[in-house]
Design a protein. Sequence first.
Length: 109
Amino acid sequence: MIPLCNVGNLMLHARLLAVARSQNTLNVSVRVKSFYVTTPIYYVNSVPHIGHLYTTTLADVSCRWHNFRNGVTTARLLTGTDEHGLKVMQAAQMKKTGTMQYCDQVSKK
């Protein structure tokens, strides 16, 4: 058994478990605490701007750093858009398109 007295040993232990699981040589259930990173819910009543890039990049870097630091993939990144509301409907009407079609067009950008 590897003593878990410091972060280095914990990371080594996690990597050894991950390798053993991937090679099907170990069938042990180990609970790893999940880490969730979310972005704001983006409104689609206009094209994306620098604020979208800033918060998405920070969330992505935070998620990747957490996974790198722990040696296993325990962090999850969640993002999305808010496709409901009066502003979205008004923006779609100004473009003379349906609300869902408008949301899909903006989300692709």
